[in-house]
Design a protein around this ligand. Sequence first.
Ligand code: ADP
Length: 881
Amino acid sequence: MSKIPGHSSHQNITEDTLINTASNITKTIREPLLILDSDLNYVNSNPAFLDVFSLNSTAEFIENWNSKSRDFVALRKAISNNLPTKALEDLPLKLSDSGDSSGNYLVNANYLELEKAQSGLILISFKRGIDSRTQEEKNEHVERFDDIFSQAPAMICLLTGPEHVFEMANDNYYRLIGHRDIIGKTVRQALPDIEGQGFYEMLDNVYQSGEASRGNEMLVTLQDPEQGSKQAYIDFVYQPIKNSQGSVTGIFVHALDVTEKVESRHKLEKSEQELQDLVDAVPAILWISKADGENYYLNKKWFEYTGQTLNDIKNLGWLDAVHPEDRSEVEQSFKTANAEKKEFQANFRLRNKNGDYRWVRDSGSLKFSSEGEYEGMVGTVIDIHEEKLKEQLVNEKEHRIRSIIEEATVATALYTGEEMRISMANDAMIQLWGKDHSVIGTTLHEALPELEGQPFHDLLQQVYSTGKMYWGKEDPASLMIDGKLQTNYFNYTYKALRNESGEIYGILNMAVDVTEMKKSKEKIKESEARFRLMADMMPEKIASTDAAGNFTYFNQGWLEYTGLSSDDLISKGWFDFIHPSDKEEFAEKWNTSHRTGEDFEMEFRFLNNKKKYNWHLSRAEAIADEKGQIQMWIFTATEIQKLKAEEKRKEDFLKMVSHELKTPVTSIKGYVQLLLSLLKRNEGVDNLGIPLQTSLERIDHQIVRLTRLISEMLDLSRIEKNKLELQKERFRLNNLVKETVQDIRYTNTQYKISIQEEVDFEVYGDKDRIGQVLINLVTNAIKYSPNSQEVDIRVYKSGEDQVSVSVKDHGIGISKKNQKKIFKRFYRVDGKNEETYSGFGIGLYLAKEIIKRHNGSIAVKSEKGEGSEFTFTLKIASENN
Ligand code: ADP
């Protein structure tokens, strides 16, 4: 057993001295050192020694040393053979078991004699083999190095000394730097082109600190003398090489060219960036979500549009930009889609950065890994605002159409599609069809099978394909109502309805039942036809004009008379057929009636188909509507040619009679006058007891009447020939009235004729003729008042320059109908008393003609049974006449 220092109580001074000495030595020596005593027992060692032999502790060494195991056998042998007498010098020792791969050591051992202790210590030092190798061995070593590294995939070189002198470099290294002559040169000399790229400084740092240094994907730019500028990315390690004393002697450089990897990564990064740019440039919003629904990616557009930041979109923060009214629904459906791994789609209003909302469609498709695992969704958000607004408009339009249809009082229905599906129908339409609400949603074919064979389906198809509206007017339609097929008449429309893009999608049908109207129209037509027939059968001529006086109808009587067609007559009118002498009067009278709406009446001559003019009495009456608006005129014309001829004969006869009577009557009057004057001279002697004077006076009175009658008849023919001469003069009208009345009073003593003179004027005219008018009016007043004896005459001012004389009686009066006619020639009011009142019916005619020739007027006011008042009006004589 070796003595363990400090553990033996009986150690002597020698031993203590040895231990102290050994301890001092090991403290000062850095190189691996082992100290033994002369008996080869372990005394001391330093830590470097333990390192060399990879020993954990001195105890481990002592055990190995004493058990003579491992390589210490050779060492022990060499020492015991030589020492203490002979020192060992650079004894090569190979330790196969050593931790160091080289395992070669040079061993030096000396005997240190200690006089005081009379003993000594054996000092053994170990030196790593390299330095101590022979040159040959060294060369061999280098070759081996080359062998190992030259073919290595890495770039390797060895630098020595603080200036980093290239000691060796492998092929790959040369390839990197471009075969330059570098061995023996410093890095700065050999590679001046990497100046400023940080390498020199790193090497210096490693050399000084002894710490390894790494570079990752460092870019090195080299100026290759042959290839010019060259760049490479390298991963490298600068590994300091230390000598046995632990000081750095050089740097082992181990580098890998990662240019390709870096560049392809750069390329990938670039293409990723390009893709990103592209995605960002897409006008739509793109998004990618993870399986849990969280956003993995949202393109730039999203952020630009919403104004959100990356932070905002965390935890489904994108939902904050959804309109509050849409949010919960969108959130729900997105979460459900993720949970159920179903495609996602939602339309909602998305807020833009200005706070405005626009409609968008968000759709996401599912994304699975290559292993089929759900990874989330890829989606887009597109603006559908315009589309949505249009859709809303369409909805509104449809809503409008619906409410129009529902509220319309007219039967209205909407059919959609080519199959004419009843999509809407109001109650009026359903009732018109005789159906109920169950027809809505069915096709027209299904709802109204009875229309088969009627023209409606074809018409609808036509409107659907052409878009042209169809108006049906009073068309019959047979519908099954209350189990019976009933035919009614309708006014209806089929109007094509178009959608936003102008395509026809349906037809709006409106219908009005016009059966009643149609029936009554037919009735009217029938009755019109009947009346026409009646009118055509009448010998009378009947025609009608519109309100403006344009002829619209001539009956058969007219056609036969003129020998013209209805069209000819309607276009020409009848004016050309009127006798030239009657035209002026006709025009005047018709114009007055047309203007005032008063009835028209005139006798005039019409040319017949034999070019002969025949007399007609024509009348026209206006037909007015309820409001009094004239709608048309109906003209009748009755041929009075025979009557006229009779009249003519009467006239001629009267003329002849009056001529013949005039002379005898005049001579009778002369004789009567003579006899009366003789009687007066004889003082009224009644010779034979006969009332001679009274009789003569009566005869004279009758002769006056007869004379007047004869002169009236003569006047009549003068008027006919337009030969009535007037002896005009200024005279006092009042005087004429008084004188005339006085004369009449003589012969009509039982009558009370009063005169009321309100004014007193002169007139200019034929005094006798006007007297004649007055006589006529007063004698008529007497004649037609059998039960009254009062006649009231009034002279009054009736206008600015007019004076009137009225003669009022309380007699039988004249009906309205006859008032116009009594001023006509020979007109006498018919009646049972006809015989009572003698006369010719020419007095008023003459009166009218005389007054007319004085530019005056004559009129009658009367009520049947109430008496009459005749008034004539004349112009007051002016200064000049
Ligand atoms: P005449 O008296 O000779 O018949 P007139 O021309 O004087 O003819 O009158 C025409 C008609 O007018 C008469 O026949 C008579 O019917 C009606 N007539 C005229 N004056 C009166 C009157 N004052 N009252 C009622 N009827 C009258």
